[in-house]
Design a binder for this molecule. Structure first.
Ligand code: ZN
Length: 439
């Protein structure tokens, strides 16, 4: 069956001018809603929301960060005083994974949950999922939004979804073969574990599973062409960065289409974006090459609406014109995180930049590595433990280490000390893998 190429064509083809018009209309309603219902913003903004305030005027208001939300929840446990609807409207609660600091409690109304599912479906559709597909969802369902909420976005496309969760890799391979699953949704690091299990327990090659599409999210690294091509070659599936988002704002608001490896920002009708210069904090014009921290304001949210929320993600705009897929939304890459960034002798280093260098050297390194940071910094050099590629002899490790150090210095401008370890000696995980270990 032939399906249309866009999920919400009326929204996805809106010109920037028409989108701005729609955003202004929605914001006016949302502003009044916040003014009447958000105690948190009532205090924080000292009544500013009670007056006329355009999206352009938001620049004069302070930012909101995650620490404030944590403090709000500690003071008004569990949902915080930034909740703007009555408790009986809440239909679902999630918790963040809480890898840095205390977990946040995320609450949604039925309307919020429907918006999230529709936005996510728009993205999964852009990445190639169709109702004829059978997709197995391998993210953590235990309280985390990546589980149930992302499951429901996959389902909203009309595809058949199998809730699998994490772990149980041997059984997963049996299920994929038994039920004719042709699409997998997981973290990009998971196929490495799947490949190992296929080889060791089934004597099978990845291509034998017959998967046609992989929908990834949750980790950096997919912007790297070498990593992506190696995975497509090994598996025979299309690799899509399908699932960029933040559970506080919108689970899925950026997805790759089939014409570019960059992300489309697809949620302009419900989330207003600002890109702020990381030094001056000034709003940047949304044009090719603009690079700064992504800041989000909800245009339609009942339960925990946010205004000028700092995502800590640094993005770079890579395409402001209409894409060949027909979508009008701009394209971008996530180029770092302001809270992961560390300083090596005056050079700002993002772990994602080191990931790119190491995965590009795929003839000598497996692509698995950890950055070891000792103390709060700034650092003289960056210590890295990296795996050799398969079949590399131990005699060559020293030479490989020097080569990687040179490439990091040439590309990033920071000195590195690389320590090579054996292939498959770093743990493969089925959840989020942190590239940085603080020692
Ligand atoms: Zn496109």
């Amino acid at each position: 069956m032939a399906y249309p190429s866009l999920f919400h064509p009326d929204i996805e083809t809106l010109s920037p001018g028409n989108l701005a018009g729609l955003q202004n209309l929605k914001w006016e309603k949302q502003r009044q809603y916040l003014a009447e219902n958000s105690r948190f913003y009532g205090v924080k903004l000292a009544g500013a929301l009670r007056r006329e305030l355009t999206l352009d005027d938001l620049q004069d208001l302070p930012l909101t960060d995650k620490e404030e939300l944590r403090a709000s929840q500690e003071g008004n446990y569990p949902l915080g005083d930034y909740v703007a609807c009555s408790p009986d409207k809440v239909v679902r609660i999630h918790r963040t994974s809480g890898t840095t600091g205390r977990a946040l409690i995320l609450a949604n109304s039925a309307k919020d949950a429907e918006v999230i599912a529709q936005q996510g479906a728009r993205g999964m559709w852009a990445s190639g999922l169709r109702p004829s597909d059978r997709v197995v969802h391998c993210l953590n369902y235990q309280m985390w939004t990546g589980g149930l909420t992302d499951h429901l976005t996959l389902e909203a496309t009309g595809a058949t979804v199998l809730p699998y969760g994490v772990g149980g890799t041997t059984r997963l391979i049996e299920v994929i073969r038994d039920l004719g699953i042709n699409v997998i949704s997981s973290t990009p690091s998971y196929p490495a574990l799947l490949e190992k299990t296929l080889r060791e327990e089934f004597k099978l090659k990845p291509r034998d599973l017959g998967l046609r599409l992989a929908l990834f999210g949750g980790e950096a690294g997919l912007d790297n062409a070498a990593f992506r091509e190696a995975m497509e070659e090994t598996w025979g599936f299309g690799v899509r960065n399908a699932n960029f988002g933040l559970s506080e704002v919108m689970s899925t608001m950026g997805s790759q289409c089939e014409h570019t490896t960059d992300l489309h920002f697809l949620s302009g009708d419900v989330v207003f974006l600002e890109i702020l210069d990381t030094r001056s904090g000034q709003r940047l014009k949304l044009e090719d090459g603009a690079s700064g921290e992504l800041v989000c304001t909800h245009l339609e949210k009942e339960c925990q609406p946010l205004l000028r929320y700092r995502t800590r993600d640094v993005i770079t705009v890579t395409g402001a014109q209409t894409c060949s897929c027909g979508r009008r939304s701009f394209r971008f890459r996530v180029t770092g995180r302001t809270d992961d960034m560390f300083n090596v002798r005056g050079v700002n280093v993002f772990p994602s930049a080191i990931h790119k260098v190491i995965t590009s050297a795929n003839a000598i390194a497996s692509g698995h590595f950890r950055i070891l940071l000792n103390g709060p910094g700034p650092y003289d050099r960056v210590n890295i433990r990296a795996e050799a590629a398969e079949h590399v002899l131990q005699d060559d490790w020293r030479g490989i280490a020097r080569e990687l150090e040179k490439r990091i210095r040439d590309t990033i401008g920071a000195s590195a000390d690389v320590d090579i370890v054996a292939f498959e000696s770093l743990p493969r995980t089925d959840g989020k893998t942190s590239l940085v270990e603080r020692v």
